[in-house]
Design a protein around this ligand. Structure first.
Ligand code: EPU
Length: 784
């Protein structure tokens, strides 16, 4: 390794030429690899930046970062200690001894502006990476195509060869664990060098591997000559061996003249030469010669001739580092692709989730064909079109590319820096599919809801594919993570229980609004319910109990965690025992009223007018016709927060108007109601009275019953009426003209609209009558 001062000079030299205003007044390699500091990364969510953040955390620094987006990678890094900020605020970087910024960050970024004003050190990502690398023997993999695969392959082969390499690769590589890793035991550091912004010349590696050089990134470079200049500088700055692809004319022209350079490829002049190449569906087999002598045979399990080339480069490099060919060949056989190439995200007997990069109709057809051949029952796909220009140009081909999929959810277009083309969206492709007769296609313009659409449609035996070159895999990852939990929940509630992902709660509330429940769980007996409570407690999963949803306003973002719906099985049982009726939490109050009638028992006729079930009625002490639930309750059975059962008599319970605190943290199992023997005619007359009251004073439309509790002095319905607010509306939420305390859903109303209307009524009551209206309806869930 070079002395620290020399490293620093060399780095400063390169920085002088390229970025004169950003020279760090410090010995960067020492600062980054032998000391511990506070470091802030601007643009930390980028694929390269997140890798650097991971390295810096492993090196023991206190790392913070800012970005306007979060990714699964930033979330992972947060778990490792990254302090993440979703805005670029100078104060978040104030305490940092060094700020590192991504090439994607503009000059007017507030953190960069503040740092420059204060004269504190700021460096580019590549400068930091190059400095870290100088603490080891650096190996840079450079070229226009194949960098990620080849650097991953190199790191893998060196690791299998026992060299404990550190690595930095531009994408997630499952085989390597993470996209960047610092291994203090090893001598080598393998890094993918990015040519797109000229920072390649920051590197002073021991060895470099040049894959190919051609015209690219012409937004940055004037021409091929400018690109070659950067590669030439990298070659000059390489202290050890330059490895190059002899079949690439530009790489060969630049590298061949370099003393000691080692070439690889198919051409006869190559030092390491691939012969007898046999391409297979998902890989290849080929022989390798070194300077005319046979080294052996290699098998690759990644497809395509280009990968044979990449592997030859790795074979040349690893061989020169002293790894025996047999060892190299064994490692190559095990090498799996970089992320996103028919990558299995979840696999069980019941479900299979696969992510693929396919974004061209031909690729999509091929991927779907492979998926079909896997023999699962159905194939469901989430597809994110990539680029407006491609969507427009190939929309007819896209229309026929999905014939092998049973269900396809198409998102909006991933622009990849393109401006939108008017009239072109995911809908364009769905229209084409529908035109061709596809019966399972739908468009979901809200990207973050795609996993919900597919997840809610999931059935045992399904194979799910995410397709596209943008970020659609994130949606599949969310689905995969939730599916792991859903499968555990299924095991908890057993064969008879039911578990569904992302169940739309608008289907389960009488108001017909509300976003999805992350996990919808229906246990069928008390034991399953108790096990579920314990599972949620152990796994830190929020648990919310929901009955008929008649008094519930669920926000549009839905409910995170488990929504338990005790229904069916024991929860639907009614037992009549002389004058007592015991009913499970899932029994509708109306059914109790009629069960009582059948046994000539009276006193529960008022229940006829309540749309909810026992659990909810207990929880809010529901009432009608001047009666309240707990006036009829003799005892209840419930589970506590630990899943333990309890039975309590009425006189042990504290109950208020429309409120029963015990069930705020516990879960109703059943209740026993008191009745009195009565004449059938008398019961029928009271039932009719209740029906009549309902029919004449309450709307038939979709509602959650009364929205507000009756305040002292005046019923809320009359108050709203007197305020002249009947029929007032926000969107499709409207105050009923029949009853002022009902808000009705005229069709497609959102929770946000409901809440705005509630707020409007409360403000008017406050301003005009000095009355605080309290909601009776329970408002839960996340806003959007
Ligand atoms: N009124 C008006 N204008 C209106 C609505 C009502 O002037 O638009 C007057 C009525 O004429 C009546 C008084 O307000 O004189 C009270 O109205 P209502 O008899 O309909 O009873 P409420 O207090 O509004 C209560 C329960 C209902 C239950 C009915 C019938 C509350 C908050 N509401 O309503 O329960 O169905 O009695 O027994 O206690 C529910 O809880 O969701 C619910 C609908």
């Amino acid at each position: 390794m070079k002395p620290a001062s020399e490293e620093c000079d060399a780095l400063a030299d390169s920085a002088h030429e390229e970025f004169p205003s950003r020279i760090p007044p410090l010995d960067l390699p020492r600062f980054l690899t032998r000391e511990h500091h506070r470091i802030h990364l601007v643009g930390v969510a980028g694929s390269g930046m997140s890798g650097l953040a991971g390295l810096l955390i492993e090196l023991g620094h206190a790392v913070s970062g800012s970005d306007k987006v979060t990714t699964t990678e930033t979330e992972r890094l947060q778990r490792l200690g990254l302090r993440f900020h979703d805005q670029h605020r100078p104060e978040h970087a104030d305490a940092a001894n060094l700020v590192v910024f991504s090439s994607a960050i503009k000059d007017d970024n507030p953190i960069l502006v503040a740092r420059r004003d204060s004269g504190k050190p700021v460096v580019r990502r590549a400068e930091a990476l190059a400095a870290i690398m100088r603490a080891k023997c650096g190996i840079v993999i450079a070229g226009m195509h194949g960098k990620t695969t080849t650097s991953a392959m190199t790191a893998h082969v060196l690791r299998e060869g026992g060299l404990h390499p550190s690595h930095y690769v531009g994408a997630e590589i499952p085989l390597l664990g993470t996209n960047a890793h610092w291994d203090p035991r090893g001598e080598y550091f393998v890094a993918e060098g990015d040519e797109s912004d000229g920072t390649l010349c920051c590197f002073h590696p021991e060895h470099s591997l040049i894959l190919n050089i051609e015209e690219e990134h012409l937004d940055f470079y004037a021409d091929l000559a400018a690109i070659e200049k950067v590669f030439e500088q990298l070659i000059d700055q390489t202290s050890g061996t330059v490895f190059y692809n002899a079949d690439d004319p530009n790489a060969a022209r630049l590298c061949a003249k370099r003393k000691g350079a080692v070439s690889y490829g198919f051409s006869e002049e190559a030092h390491y030469r691939g012969i007898d190449v046999e391409l297979r569906d998902f890989g290849s087999v080929f022989c390798v010669d070194r300077c005319g002598g046979k080294l052996g045979e290699a098998t690759l399990n990644v497809p395509g001739e280009h990968n044979v080339h990449n592997a030859l480069g790795v074979i040349a490099l690893a061989s020169e580092l002293g790894i025996p060919f047999e060892k190299i060949a064994a490692s190559l056989r095990k090498f799996e692709h970089a992320r996103r190439r028919f990558e299995i995200k979840y696999e069980s007997d019941r479900f299979l989730l696969i992510d693929d990069y396919a974004h061209h109709p031909t690729e999509i057809r091929a991927t779907l064909k492979t998926a079909r051949a896997m023999g699962r029952k159905r194939v469901l796909a989430m597809f994110q079109p990539h680029r407006y220009s491609r969507t427009k140009a190939l929309c007819r081909e896209f229309g026929s590319a999905f014939d092998e999929a049973d269900r396809v959810v198409v998102t909006d277009v991933y622009p990849a820096s393109e401006p939108p083309i008017p009239g072109i969206s995911g809908q364009t492709i769905v229209n084409e599919m529908v035109k061709r007769g596809h019966r399972g296609a739908s468009y979901q313009p809200r990207f973050e809801r795609v996993h919900c659409d597919i997840g809610n449609a999931l059935d045992v035996g399904d194979l799910v594919l995410s397709l596209g070159a943008g970020n659609i895999h994130e949606q599949l990852s969310i689905l995969a993570a939730d599916l792991v939990i859903a499968e555990k929940l299924k095991a908890v509630v057993g064969e008879e229980g039911d578990v569904r992902l992302y169940e739309p709660l608008s289907k389960h509330t009488t108001l017909r609004v509300g976003g999805p429940a992350q996990f919808w769980v229906e246990p069928r007996n008390e034991k399953a319910f108790a096990d579920l409570i314990r599972f949620c407690r152990d796994e830190n999963l929020p648990l919310f109990a929901m009955g008929r949803g008649s008094n519930l306003l669920v926000r549009d973002g839905g409910i995170c965690g488990v929504v338990v719906h005790p229904r069916g099985g024991d929860f639907d049982k009614i037992q009549v025992n002389s004058s007592e009726i015991t009913a499970g939490a899932g029994v509708k109050l109306r059914e109790i009223a009629y069960a009582a009638r059948a046994s000539n028992l009276g006193g529960l006729e008022w229940m006829e007018g309540i749309p909810g079930a026992v659990g909810g009625a207990l929880r809010m002490n529901a009432g009608a016709m001047g009666a309240q639930t707990f006036e009829s309750v003799t005892r209840i059975r419930y589970l506590d927060a630990e899943g333990n059962p309890h039975v309590k008599d009425r006189d042990e319970l504290e109950v208020f108007y429309r409120r029963f605190p015990l069930l705020e943290n516990n879960f109703a199992i059943s209740a026993t109601f008191r009745t009195q023997p009565a004449e059938r005619a008398e019961i029928d007359s009271r039932l009719r009275e209740s029906q009549e009251k309902r029919r004449t004073t309450q709307p038939i439309a979709k509602s959650a019953g009364c929205i507000f509790k009756n305040p002292a002095g005046i019923p809320a319905g009359r108050l709203v009426d007197e305020l002249g607010l009947k029929n007032s509306r926000v969107g499709n939420a409207r105050v009923s003209e029949v009853h002022g305390n009902f808000i009705v859903n005229d069709g497609g109303a959102t929770a946000a609209e409901m809440l705005q209307l509630i707020d409007k009524i409360q403000s008017a009551a406050r301003a005009m009558r000095g009355i605080e209206l309290e909601t009776e309806v329970e408002i839960v869930g996340e806003p959007e």
